[in-house]
Ligand binder design. Structure first.
Ligand code: IPE
Ligand code: IPE
Ligand code: MG
Length: 247
């Protein structure tokens, strides 16, 4: 296989891992089996992302809306998250991966919170690829929490209303210090963001792939990166000469 053009690689890829339930249903299996197969994919895709030279990968693991699923499914998902961190933290750490968790930490059960804190703490000084796990994450909730932080500073007289800039808001989000995603991939054929990185994905390229998450592999990731490489990002300006349609 030919190498990917490093000048056309996204710096940050965010993935909405969707379709575990449908994958299981197609096989006559319980939804949990789909989630379990999904975790195996996480391992492979994180490895492939590293090999492709991606600097930042963010994975949507559990949304603030996913609590509305049946209790047994929620607890299976929690169990799998714990299993993933316990099983993979050593390897990720030894590969110099820095892990960050985005989402609301306060409302999750204490053993999970401890594991998430441990994953961040142990890998804090790593200088290799960055893996963000979006857990109990909802973009609106994140923006509300950021607005509350800023409002508090203004109310206490530590910040003037004029100093509430885009940069100040970015710094109050869970993703502070992490560059915006260049590419958002969603599996399973659904074409929506489902409350994922609404602020940060303002100019992201979106790639929707029909394959269900437990079938998403290295070749699928490569194809999405190639698709990204063919996009013409404009950020509101005009296309560079030669790239404009009809020029
Ligand atoms: C994604 O797969 C996993 C999570 C949302 C946690 P789904 O469980 O949403 O699978 P479908 O969409 O029902 O097929
Ligand atoms: C989005 O998938 C959340 C995650 C992948 C964690 P959902 O399956 O929850 O999204 P909807 O309900 O189809 O929008
Ligand atoms: Mg889904």
């Amino acid at each position: 296989m030919q190498g990917l053009d490093p000048t056309k690689l996204p710096r940050h890829v965010a993935i909405i891992m969707d379709g575990n339930g449908r994958w299981a249903r197609a096989r006559g299996l319980p939804r949990t089996a789909g989630h379990k197969a999904g975790v195996e994919r996480v391992r492979d895709v994180v490895r492939a992302a590293r090999e492709f030279g991606l600097e930042y990968v963010t994975l949507y693991a559990f949304s603030s809306e996913n609590w509305s699923r049946p209790k047994e499914e929620v607890s299976d998902l929690m169990r799998l998250l714990k299993l993933f961190i316990r099983r993979d933290l050593d390897e990720l750490h030894s590969e110099n991966v820095r892990i960050r968790v985005i989402g609301c930490r306060e409302t999750v059960q204490s053993d999970i919170r401890a594991l998430l804190d441990e994953a961040e703490e142990r890998t804090r000084r790593n200088t290799g690829p960055n893996l963000q796990i979006a857990f109990n994450y909802g973009a609106r909730d994140e923006i509300v929490r950021a607005a509350q932080k800023i409002a508090k500073e203004v109310a206490e007289g530590r910040l003037s209303p004029d100093a509430v800039t885009e940069e100040r808001i970015e710094a109050a989000l869970d993703t502070a210090g992490i560059p915006d995603p260049d590419l958002v991939i969603r599996t399973s054929g659904e074409q929506r963001l489902s409350n994922f990185l609404l602020w940060q994905a303002a100019y992201a390229e979106l790639v929707f792939v029909p394959c269900l998450w437990p079938d998403f592999d290295r070749a699928q990731l490569r194809a999405a990166l190639e698709e990204y490489g063919r996009r013409d990002r404009r950020f509101g300006a005009v296309s560079p000469p030669g790239l404009a349609v009809g020029s």
